[in-house]
Design a protein around this ligand. Structure first.
Ligand code: CA
Length: 224
């Protein structure tokens, strides 16, 4: 899952990026509204965290422009002031949620998960394909009852595949939702991670769940 953070306070922005990456999200950061807007136009984010007081373009304007494009990307506003008018303005412009600084990181995470669940029923509390189980809160993965240890990137890739279980996903979709701006599309890094994942979730188990669809991408499913 890929998140855009638009926040001009560098310390807070890097704290959010680090914390979210520890939770296995792919994160891009913009330090002003214009840069954030540009990134929101060229990438397909699963969620946006947006400060209100920003240089170049403020959070309210950003929010209004995004919603006028009919895009329903979940959006959480951050503000330094706990003013009722700000909250009302933000929600009226189409923000989904609101946090007043300073906030507890655990609360931000809980709100992110709640928003993703609300947007899409695939964001269930627990994901399961055959006997493969993934818990998005504890990040525990198991197959046939045996715990499986994954690196952060392997986990993020598996989570994306499980949320799209039964659908063929392309390398481009994987790159857009599992990696951030730094992703180099000239490499075979996705295929490499797919093979790591296969070793861990499929090698010692039957039936095989992770399938290659030649020329298209990958699909996670229990084949009949
Ligand atoms: Ca600010």
């Amino acid at each position: 899952m890929r998140i855009l953070v638009v926040e001009d306070e560098k310390k807070l922005a890097s704290f959010l990026k680090r914390g979210l990456e520890e939770e296995h999200y792919a994160v891009d950061v913009a330090y002003d509204g214009e840069e954030g807007w540009y990134l929101s136009q060229v990438n397909d984010y699963d969620l946006i965290i947006l400060d209100i007081m920003l240089p170049q373009m403020d959070g309210f304007t950003f929010c209004r422009k995004l919603r006028s494009q009919q895009r329903d990307t979940p959006l959480i506003l951050l503000t330094a002031r706990d003013a009722v008018e700000d909250r009302v303005t933000g929600l009226n412009l189409g923000a989904d949620d609101y946090l007043v600084k300073p906030f507890a990181f655990a609360e931000l995470l809980a709100r992110i998960r709640a928003l993703l669940r609300r947007k899409d029923s695939r964001f269930a509390v627990r994901l399961q394909v055959a006997d493969l189980i993934l818990d998005p809160v504890s990040h525990r993965v198991s197959r046939a009852g045996k715990p499986i240890e994954l690196t952060a990137k392997e986990y993020a890739l598996l989570e994306f595949l499980m949320r799209h279980a039964g659908e063929v996903v392309t390398r481009t979709q994987i790159a857009e939702h599992v990696w951030n701006q730094d992703f180099d599309s000239d490499t075979n890094v996705i295929d490499v991670y797919i093979s790591y994942l296969r070793q861990k979730i499929d090698r010692d188990f039957e039936p095989k769940l992770l399938h290659t669809v030649r020329g298209v991408g990958y699909v996670l499913r229990e084949e009949p």
